[in-house]
Design a protein around this ligand. Sequence first.
Ligand SMILES: [Mn+2]
Length: 432
Amino acid sequence: MEVITTHKNTDFDALASVFSVKILYPRAMPVLPNSLNPNVRAFLAIHKDLFPFNSTKDIDPGDISRLIVVDTHNWGRLDGMDSLKDRSDLSIHVWDHHQEPGDMKADWSCSDPLGATTTMVVRRIEEENAGISPIQASLFLAGIYEDTGNLTFPSTTAQDAKAAAFLLENKADLSMINNFLRPVYGPKQKDVLFEMLKNAKRLKIKGYSISVIRQKVDGHTPGLALVVDMYQDIVNVDAAFGIFKVAKKDRTIVIGRSGTSDLNIGSIMRSMGGGGHPTAGAAMLKAVNPDAVEKWIIELIKGNQQASVQISDLMSFPVFTVSPDTSMKDVAKLLREKGCSGFPVAEGDRIVGVISRRDFKKVSSKQLNSPVKTFMCTAIIKIEPGSSVVQAARLMIKHDIGRLPVVKEDRLIGIITRTDTMRYYYDLLPDQ
Ligand SMILES: [Mn+2]
């Protein structure tokens, strides 16, 4: 018997992967975990006949000769398949876009870093010219949209958009998708959000504004990820973490959201035994004290920040400077020669001002022989080498400047320009 299965808390990408892969393995039987995410449950309640499946308790895992696993490659995330772990005669095929290492040994796998697992299956369906119905196309598109945030998450690739186009050509129904992807936001979720806002607090950690909120929830509360999302938007922080202690059960759910991809939520959550993407992730912890979890997150952010790209990785050095006594005429000449829009003015390695092209507007031709110290700007906006690129970009935007001197213990050690930060945002980092 061939079985297709996927991870617990099955989301649309997982479900769509199961039923798209079914087209490629027509004899295989879809087996879904008992825990489905609420949107998926609502979808299946209506579409069960069109997408037939079994649950784990309906089958005898001993009968399985081939297991096709989609959207995960970890035994721990499967439901009721533990007895298969050590079977040497079992064939395992894995289709998964998650890049973190897993414990499943496949004899065949497809693991491209795409926005959704569904994308890699749909791509194959397209190659094989296998026909799909509008309802199948709709489910598959829901899978891609969910995992890529309607193709807006940073993890989205051109392949995801191509697969989405293919599914739209095959008459995927967008109103159906909107209906089922609509997140759960009812009175219970509203209460949690209001409670979080009442206790809202912010921390500054290495220049990031962070909010960590501890909150008790009663029993099963779906949609907490959405609540954290909304919370992050409202309190307007770089990253928000919700630590939800589930009453009665000794469980704590941690959900993180970040608006900046240089603070990697996925890697923070992986350190806590969970998972996710750079901007979103979650972990489930048993028998922990929420206070300790809060401290843990803060420690991880501190570590994460050091591992991420810093100003010192992007800045240029040594820095060309002029001395305070250089004449404005010479400065103008140097700016032209070097093709720069400004220079730091320094005495030795100590920065005393900044002169830029803009400052020449107020200089009459008679004043061109005056020293630069008369015209330079002495309110220096500077940055430290350990700061993040986001902080640099913010300072540049706030003060409308195109360059920031990088200063360590009062010494000028480099300069970072708007071009350097752009290079970072567009992922054009120099080879490391
Ligand atoms: Mn997925």
